[in-house]
Write a protein that binds this ligand. Sequence first.
Ligand code: GLY
Length: 256
Amino acid sequence: MNRVNVRHRNGEYDVVIGAGVLAGDHLRNAIGTRPAVIVTDVNVAPAWLGQLHAALPHAETLILPAGEAAKTLETVESIWSLLADRNFGRDAVLIALGGGVIGDMTGFAAACWMRGIDFIQVPTTLLAQVDASVGGKTGVDLPAGKNLVGAFHQPVAVLADTDTLQTLPEREYLAGIAEIVKVALIADEEFLAWLETNAVRLRERAPDAVVHAIHRSCEIKAAIVMADERERGQRALLNLGHTFAHALESITGYER
Ligand code: GLY
């Protein structure tokens, strides 16, 4: 397994990267018998919810609609409603199983429930593994703009199982590759050269190449986030390409 350590103003966490991470004891060890809710979506649940539930049989599950159009306060309210219904308190843990949308909403729900509880990220897309899983940006969209409401709330652990990428649709996979290229462009010429040399193997999802690309991207992002957690300066580098694309998402009603 590969690990990237991320330190922040309230503590630190590890991003654990590799094939079979979810089959290990990471979740059980991190959560034990604490009350837990696995939050996921209708696309991811059939593939991965069973494995998480086997590791945490006592956990509640909440299956949300998929896609950016569902990243709303109303959807997050359904997470809070479940927590309220079960009388969950500050010892509860939320587990975000899915892509960036699920991670952003679950993290935001955790940031606000009783003014802040723990959450764990289990990113299942390449984009979420290299971007949303590091740095603690959480939130929802408004009709007026993307991510306008949110909080910086860091996860307590991130489990990036590369097995989840083998069934990812090509377009989703390439969105993650584009993000990896962006990270190399802004920070590491040597990594950019490595990406050019290994482009075909990455495109074919060769496991060792994929793990290296995720590991190096997370290292670079972690270094930037640790230097500027609240985006007062250099963290804005990570928005290269995002700002422009967020505007496109906004004007298409988050449907495209
Ligand atoms: N996605 C950009 C950032 O985390 O700062």
